[in-house]
Design a protein around this ligand. Structure first.
Ligand SMILES: O=P(O)(O)OC[C@H]1O[C@H](OP(=O)(O)OP(=O)(O)O)[C@H](O)[C@@H]1O
Ligand SMILES: Nc1ncnc2[nH]cnc12
Length: 201
């Protein structure tokens, strides 16, 4: 597939394994509507070894690695609803730190802080219950996909409004060309895989 050329370049997994993990993300053209190519991670989640490798690769981003890569030590992992929960919660368990869910609007009892944002295919708002984060907590944001960066920018704003300190934002898959990285300029952005999104060309 031509849009897979950059998978190898950005991988923290090792190039062969990265290609195998990439192959477990299903591309669904036209979902939820044209010209979106939906990147479905459910086959990857269903593969125990792939899920473990992804969680380990995220953990190495935090802990650093034997090849000299500097880590981002964190006190809390925060995951964006819903797919960020599926990767963020096992990562928090692996790191031995707490997990904070950044929930879609209307799911948490008050008092909450709320930030609204636009998506590649719609708009949404996320909330965090006031008082959930310890003041000054070092927070890693985790999600499956970085597309326009709207979700991650809103998540970072929400965490900071609630007293946390965003040390990095980590994604399984970056959709290059949709502006996500630019939207997060000034923040540390880590992605395990990247593809160039056809909707950007
Ligand atoms: O970079 P962006 O353009 O903001 O897009 C990325 C976000 O979109 C998807 O979530 P979605 O809102 O579809 O919710 P879901 O995880 O509940 O399916 C994805 O899981 C990211 O959270
Ligand atoms: N193309 C896409 N596939 C999966 N999740 C997304 N979130 C935003 N754009 C997406």
């Amino acid at each position: 597939m031509s849009d897979d050329i950059s998978v190898v370049a950005l991988s923290g997994l090792g190039s062969d394994r990265a290609a195998e993990v990439r192959a477990l993300i299903r591309d669904v053209p036209g979902y939820p509507h044209d010209p979106i190519v939906f990147r479905d991670i459910t086959p990857l989640l269903a593969d125990g070894e792939a899920l473990r490798d992804v969680v380990e690769a995220f953990a190495r981003l935090c802990e650093g690695s034997s090849d000299g890569a500097t880590g981002h030590p964190v006190d809390v992992v925060a995951g964006m609803e819903a797919r960020g929960f599926l990767l963020g919660a096992p990562l928090a368990t692996r790191l031995g730190v707490g997990f904070v869910p950044l929930r879609k609007a209307g799911k948490l009892p008050p008092p909450v802080e709320r930030v609204s944002y636009d998506l590649e295919y719609g708009s949404a708002a996320i909330e965090l219950r006031t008082g959930t984060l310890p003041a000054g907590a070092r927070v890693l944001l985790v999600d499956d996909v970085l597309a326009t960066g709207g979700t991650a920018a809103a998540a970072a704003e929400l965490v900071e409004r609630c007293g946390g300190q965003v040390v990095a934002a980590a994604f399984l898959l970056e959709l290059g060309g949709l502006g996500g990285r630019e939207r997060l300029t000034g923040r540390v952005v880590e992605t395990l895989l990247r593809v160039d999104d056809p909707a950007s060309s």
